[in-house]
Write a protein that binds this ligand. Structure first.
Ligand SMILES: Nc1ncnc2c1ncn2[C@@H]1O[C@H](COP(=O)(O)OP(=O)(O)OP(=O)(O)O)[C@@H](O)[C@H]1O
Length: 260
């Protein structure tokens, strides 16, 4: 498949993260082009989630760089990284259970809101206009992900597959430039998995968003990814298009080794 652009949106170089004696990431490097969907795969403990935690500012790697459109990401606070356009979905859902779906999506836009509570009281005209804009943006996402029937339902009461979709919606509400998807189909049945693949393709088609997908479901990875990075014990052992990766002996070995 043709690469989307030659200028990368995200460039990760030499990323190295250690926990005591454990090297979770060892000089990891990869790029994501604008609009590209890059999958990161590897056996349990290979370091996939650690990459996300570094990119989001949760972990501080000992070495390496990560730039988004040339701007450094590492060393910043998670909120500052989110404000620069990196959004993430969580394996175990990052929704507030007692808030409705719409409220959760509005919260996702918090960093885009310019009117605080007090200025909202005094400048109600501007605050009102701002709220209308944010609600309209949220409604567009609800429509895109076909979440209309669940708008007013507390997130904690959503069926699992719908909650995962709402989680995707919360991340999209942040208007990211790069979306990090952490096992979006974990725990889903086949039908929910196929639905999720369809929604991800739709998001990509409509928004042209660059994404990194960490996922154990190989058929989803092979169907959706433009390129795949394979990690094993914190080291990148292969990078390529899905068809190239599938037959790579190092990849087969890493997976068989993991399963043995
Ligand atoms: N906070 C931490 N403290 C200590 N060790 C950690 C921490 N986070 C990750 N590790 C270690 O770093 C390595 C990589 O873990 P990571 O969770 O990134 O792997 P993964 O590929 O996402 O695994 P999985 O597929 O099981 O989610 C593992 O050896 C793990 O035990």
């Amino acid at each position: 498949m043709e690469r989307v652009s030659s200028t990368p949106l995200l460039e990760v170089r030499d990323l190295t993260l250690r926990f005591g004696g454990v090297t979770a990431l060892d000089a990891v490097g990869f790029e994501v082009g604008p609009g590209e969907l890059l999958a990161v795969i590897g056996p349990n403990g290979a370091g996939k989630t650690s990459i996300f935690n570094c990119l989001c500012g949760v972990y501080r790697p000992q070495r390496g760089t990560a730039t988004l459109d040339g701007e450094p990401l590492l060393g910043r606070q998670p909120a500052a990284i989110a404000a620069r356009g990196v959004a993430r979905t969580f394996q175990n859902l990052g929704l507030f259970g007692h808030l409705t779906l719409v409220e959760n999506l509005l919260l996702g836009r918090h960093h885009l809101m310019r009117t605080g509570f007090f200025s909202g009281m005094f400048w109600w005209g501007r605050a009102k206009r701002e709220e209308i804009t944010h609600r309209a943006a949220v409604e567009e996402i609800i429509e895109l992900l076909e979440l209309e029937p669940y708008r007013r339902m507390p997130a904690g009461m959503l069926p699992y597959g719908v909650a995962k979709r709402a989680e995707l919606g919360r991340a999209l509400a942040m208007e990211p430039r790069l979306l990090l998807l952490d096992e979006p189909v974990a725990g889903m049945n086949l039908e929910e998995t196929e639905d999720t693949a369809r929604y991800l393709l739709e998001v990509r088609r409509e928004l042209g968003l660059a994404m990194i997908l960490v996922e154990h479901d190989m058929s989803l990875v092979m169907d959706l990814a433009d390129r795949v990075v394979v990690l094993d014990f914190g080291v990148v052992i292969a990078t390529g298009e899905p068809s190239e990766i599938q037959d790579d002996p190092r990849v087969v070995e890493a997976y068989l080794g993991g399963a043995a």
